[in-house]
Design a binder for this molecule. Sequence first.
Ligand SMILES: [Fe+2]
Ligand SMILES: [Fe+2]
Length: 262
Amino acid sequence: MKILMLGDIVGRPGRQIVREYLPSIRKKLGADFVVANGENASGGNGLTEKNAKQLLAAPIDVLTMGNHVWKQRETRDYIDRYDRIVRPINYPPKTPGQGAHIYEHDGVRIAVLNMSGQSFMDNLDSPFTAAEQVVPELVADSDILLVDFHAETTSEKIAMGFYLDGKATAVVGTHTHVQTADARVLPKGTAFITDLGMTGPLNGILGVKAGIIIEQLTTKMPVRYEIERQMPWQLNGVLIDVDEGTGRARHIERVYEIFDEN
Ligand SMILES: [Fe+2]
Ligand SMILES: [Fe+2]
């Protein structure tokens, strides 16, 4: 089985890439199941219900989230109605939404777990403790376990990869919006990449218009973020070939597509 995992979908360009190009990319890559990070899909900040519906209809099978999960006020009200959305599991216990879910796809049970890192991130519970608590049960109840570890530092993400090596089918990092070149299968069979990158504008700074970020950094004055809309755009992620009998990854390769006017 082939699984496509996509980095953070950013703003209108990101949603348009998913709508216009994902169906053909899915077909070209032979992807059976698609997981994408949706935390920046609505104006770069969070995910509205309308956009969630559009992305899930693309079709993206599961949307994972991150530190921007609550940026759209409505999310707390609708998230419990969508079992195809998971948000970081290490938020406090009473937080709306779910941190993991098991999906049935062509007779294969696919678990998706979303966690947030702690280094340079919101002060959530330890993702390592959270993984210790939920991973054994997820592994027992599913054939494949996919982990989106939404974290800032390379060290914390690589540590999670090795921590779950041989337990998860894949541990992929998100949040930095920049794809890393270290996709590989770890010694015990877990596919890993430090960061998937992003799905959105190429010539912005993590998706925001470059001039705005440069103004902020050169003047130290508050600015209003605006998503870069111009092409070229990019779609970043990984394609993982999975042996669904063992739940181990056979192969992982980076996906890095550029879209331009011509
Ligand atoms: Fe993001
Ligand atoms: Fe993030």
